[in-house]
Design a binder for this molecule. Structure first.
Ligand code: OOB
Length: 531
């Protein structure tokens, strides 16, 4: 399978963007050059590059020995623990393709990923944040009988302990390295339609974005990155995140949760130099910092992305945390924009950055796909050396989500400044951005439509001081149906197995929806009602 048309692939190779190196080779390289340097800190555990490398080899061999082979998929649902990287790099080394689930995902999402991807195994922790993932795995197995096995990091209960893979891999031959043009893993799209889409990222394209991100952010062997957001997400994984830090030979510190009470003392103890946060968390840290009194003097760079950061908020953050601010506007589908260290302050405070690559093609168009005049506001379309040309096995959706000549329709409404920086002005996609967590309205609507009292439903974003946006479900009841209480409808969504962050924050009952000129539900007008 080729992921880009040949003429583009050739160009990206000739330009030196795609180097033919698999993603896991960075671990091997540092393990050879300075084996004892610490790669990962997880609580009191410190894994050196040599140890991470050895563990990845063993896991790769273990997967292979148990019959999980090149091109097979696994679903990876591991929180911010060192084992996340053992399994991630181990899978990559074996050519096994992880689907990057989030710890917040539940039965509906995991069953869908396992089924749709035809996964051979599901990797979960025993418990995380008070939740038993082994019990969740049992529900997934009941729904997806084809799922071969459940592998547990920790106390495995009835399932396969990750130790069994390590034992199977010990001393066994490590599989041949994958080709860099191959699929490395499947990222998840924030989505705007009924079911989440899978994003095929190759070693070549991802490593390019990681390498350039590390360079843009000035990472080196002394960098200490605090991974506070869920490690599987594209922002902390690659922008430059944990992989950028490994690339530079630095150290990754894992935060078990991103609360200021956990993270700020970790910054002091581990002398963290940079981290990446979503806006609500960054503000929570800034508010809590004076009271916690942690020494944050090692922190040089705070990256904020995933959702729009207001100028007022941007202004507060640097002084409150005593470091430089960088805005990051990225997407799991590819394109990532950064404000640069040498950008003037107003640019850092008021824009969401400019693209990584000179070959990131950006178009800003009107509803008819015609370019708007310079400086005008419109839909962001993009194509480039690390932006996918299509979702995994989704031809019908791809026909809508990409232009005929391969530009990805981001669904974001932006304008471009004369310096090439993008300002995010809004969103055209049917999605709620709940403090960086993306909720596809249609996914939640489909669940609520199955409720016996619900005739029709529209889920929209409502403004929120803390999260930026929250979700509100507007419900039209069936004639004669007894009106359920909002909590009952929320419980219905949860019982359907959706992640908690997708449960509507509010439920309102209405008798009709405002309509657009051609009779579709006008979410724009509904949002206005919600204000
Ligand atoms: C990141 O990735 P996703 O895939 O969870 O979400 C992408 C979407 C963008 O299309 C945009 O709608 C929104 O999230 N977004 C922002 C933003 N950063 C992302 N909207 C406004 N301002 C920003 N700074 O969220 C992601 C991936 C890599 C790096 C950073 C973020």
């Amino acid at each position: 399978m080729t992921y880009w048309p040949d003429e583009f692939a050739d160009r990206y190779r000739a330009a030196g963007y795609w180097t033919g190196e698999p993603l896991d080779a960075m671990v091997r390289r540092h393990a050879a050059a300075h084996p004892d340097r610490v790669a990962v800190t997880d609580g009191d555990r410190h894994w050196s590059y040599a140890e991470l490398d050895r563990r990845a080899d063993t896991l790769a061999a273990g997967l292979h020995a148990r019959g999980i082979r090149r091109g097979d998929r696994i679903v990876l649902q591991l929180p911010n623990t060192a084992e996340f990287f053992e399994v991630f790099f181990g899978a990559l080394r074996a050519g096994v393709v992880p689907v990057m689930a989030l710890p917040a995902h539940r039965r509906a999402e995991l069953s869908y990923f396992c089924g749709f991807a035809g996964a051979r195994a599901l990797f979960v922790p025993d418990r995380h944040a008070g939740f038993d993932h082994r019990a969740l795995a049992a529900e997934v197995l009941a729904e997806v009988p084809g799922l071969g096995e459940v592998v547990v990091v920790g106390d495995a209960g009835p399932w396969t302990p990750v130790d069994a893979l390590r034992a199977a891999g010990a001393g066994a031959p490590v599989p041949e390295p994958p080709a860099a043009s191959d699929l490395a893993f499947l990222q998840l799209s924030g989505g705007s339609t009924g079911l989440p889409k899978l994003i095929p990222r190759t070693h070549d394209d991802y490593l390019y974005s990681v390498r350039e991100s590390a360079r843009i952010c000035g990472l080196g062997p002394d960098s200490v990155y605090l991974c506070a957001l869920p490690a599987a997400h594209n922002f902390p994984l690659s922008s430059p995140g944990t992989l950028g830090t490994f690339w530079a030979g630095g150290r990754v510190v894992l935060a078990p949760d991103p609360s200021p009470g956990t993270a700020l003392p970790l910054i002091e103890r581990e002398r963290v130099t940079l981290t990446g946060l979503v806006p609500p968390l960054a503000l929570a840290w800034a508010d809590a910092a004076p009271g916690l009194g942690a020494d944050l003097s090692s922190l040089r760079l705070l990256q904020v992305g995933g959702a729009k950061l207001s100028e007022e908020a941007a202004r507060r953050l640097g002084p409150a945390l005593g470091c430089r601010l960088q805005q990051v506007f990225g997407m799991a589908e590819g394109l990532v924009n950064y404000t640069r260290p040498d950008d003037p302050e107003p640019t850092v405070l008021t824009t969401q950055g400019r693209p990584i690559s000179p070959d990131d093609e950006v178009r800003i168009v009107d509803d008819e796909d015609l370019d708007v005049p310079d400086g005008g506001t419109g839909h962001l379309l993009t194509r480039g050396p690390y932006t996918i040309r299509g979702y995994w096995n989704a031809p019908e959706h791809n026909a809508r989500a990409f232009t005929a000549d391969g530009f990805y329709r981001t669904g974001d409404i932006v304008r471009r400044t004369p310096t090439g920086h993008l300002v995010v002005e809004g969103r055209a996609k049917d999605q709620i951005n709940r403090g960086g967590e993306k909720v596809a309205a249609e996914e939640v609507e489909n669940v609520l439509l199955a409720h016996p009292a619900v005739h029709d439903v529209a889920v929209v974003a409502t403004p929120d001081d803390y999260l930026g946006e929250r979700s509100c479900a507007y419900v039209i009841l069936r004639p004669g149906a007894e009106r359920p209480r909002p909590v009952q409808l929320k419980a219905f969504v949860r019982a359907a197995g959706l992640a908690d962050y997708k449960v509507p924050d509010r439920v309102e009952f209405v008798t009709a929806f405002p309509q657009t000129g051609i009779g579709k539900v006008s979410k724009k007008d509904l949002r206005a009602v919600a204000d």
